[in-house]
Design a protein around this ligand. Structure first.
Ligand SMILES: C[S@@+](CC[C@H](N)C(=O)[O-])C[C@H]1O[C@@H](n2cnc3c(N)ncnc32)[C@H](O)[C@@H]1O
Length: 379
């Protein structure tokens, strides 16, 4: 592989940053650029002047293609998907938002926007609701893979059982069903440029801006916030913070902190947690936990593991409770965590003399219960 001088390296790094906002370690640039030089039989200065020249625009694109990190998977960061299911989608329902606009920015090979399509199709069923998801990335290669909708069957490893029917599996491949994929439109877009639309109710831009140079990140975030509708929600990756971003306000809803674009309908004081700013729209600021009333029997319809945990412990505190029924068919994200929650609730119920009944009718839920040894009534 060709040796790259510090001058050439810093020239290439500047071009990559200017084009896509990316700031990558010098050794990464050196190894990827070195490989391109070898492929083109060019030395360092020759390669730099090619990339700098008008003729080199496509080569700069190719270099960015080689440098970008495209790691992703279905149902990544499940806690955020819980928040979409438990807080964001119900608030859209409440506000009558029947055509929510979603942007998956930096969507890589499509797992993220398809996951959103699966989750939203359950939370907001057609024909009453129809979410449209714009999925963008700077990489043509990633978008081409995304548009094929086909993934190795191992990609299903992180998909919760109730969502497996969103795929057709054959010959070691899992294909996202057309009905699900229909909600997603792929488009090439560079986050270092103007946004591809406006008025988004939800933006996922996860694990993209961590690779950006700080000033480019700030500018990209400003543009993203601008593209949100007032009250629209923004999610970044787990290791990224939104604390320093103007125009966004944190709202604590149950276990979730949502970052919403300021502006829109002002909330009533009853709806807003004490530390939330006054400009948060009412539809997304209302605490979701219902107030428990004493009764002898209760039914919990879970939507996800974290909600299940909260609702069960709340229900088990009800005075004089004798029977607690858990309807599991409504649960969207039944995973290992949910099984642990149910086992713990079983132990707590036994200790307080409550009859915990698990109710399921869907084959996929029954299979999940059997797999976790929860099939025979109360755990
Ligand atoms: C690590 S992946 C994240 C995928 C997905 N959002 C997730 O969290 O699973 C980062 C993606 O950001 C894309 N990307 C990097 N720079 C970009 C830019 N300037 N504009 C748009 N996308 C970019 C990369 O091509 C890559 O596909």
């Amino acid at each position: 592989m060709a040796l790259v001088s510090p001058e050439v390296l810093s020239g290439l790094a500047r071009l990559v940053r200017g084009f896509a906002g990316l700031e990558l370690p010098a050794w990464v640039v050196e190894s990827k650029a070195g490989a391109r030089m070898t492929a083109l039989s060019l030395d360092g200065p020759g390669y730099l002047s090619l990339v700098e020249s008008g003729r080199g625009a496509s080569e700069l694109g190719r270099l960015v293609e080689a440098l970008r990190v495209g790691e992703t998977r279905f149902f990544r960061h499940k806690g955020q998907l819980d928040a979409v299911l438990e807080v964001v989608a119900p608030r859209w329902r409440e506000a009558g938002t029947q055509r929510p606009k979603v942007w998956s920015a930096g969507c890589a090979t499509g797992e993220e926007p398809y996951t959103l399509a699966m989750v939203l199709a359950r939370a907001l069923p057609a024909p009453a609701y129809r979410a449209s998801i714009l999925a963008t990335d700077v990489s043509e290669e990633a978008l081409a893979t995304a548009s094929r909708r086909r993934y190795p069957a191992e990609a299903l490893a992180h998909v919760p059982p109730p969502f497996l029917d969103s795929f057709v599996v054959s010959e070691g491949e899992a294909e996202v069903r057309r009905e699900i994929a229909g909600a997603v439109r792929f488009e090439r877009h560079n986050l270092a440029s103007a946004p591809p639309g406006r008025g988004f109710h939800l933006v996922f831009c996860r694990n993209v801006l961590i690779y950006f140079e700080p000033e480019e990140r700030r500018r990209a975030l400003e543009r993203i916030v601008d593209a949100l509708a007032p009250g629209g929600a923004l999610f970044l990756g787990y290791s990224e913070t939104l604390r320093d971003v103007a125009g966004l306000a944190p709202v604590q809803v149950g276990a979730h902190t949502l970052w919403l674009r300021s502006g829109g309908e002002p909330p009533s004081s009853r709806d807003v947690p004490r530390d939330a700013p006054a400009s948060v729209p009412r539809s997304l600021a209302r605490p979701s936990a219902p107030v428990a009333a004493p009764r002898t029997s209760r039914t919990v319809r879970a939507s996800a593991a974290s909600a299940l945990s909260r609702e069960l412990s709340e229900a088990l505190k009800s005075e004089g409770l004798e029977v607690l029924t858990v309807e599991l068919d409504a649960a969207e994200l039944l995973d290992d965590d949910a099984a642990v929650v149910l086992r713990r609730a079983g132990a707590a119920a036994r200790a307080s003399g409550v009859d915990l009944r698990l109710v399921a009718g869907r084959e996929v839920t029954l299979r999940w219960l059997r797999r976790h040894g929860l099939g025979g009534g109360a755990p």
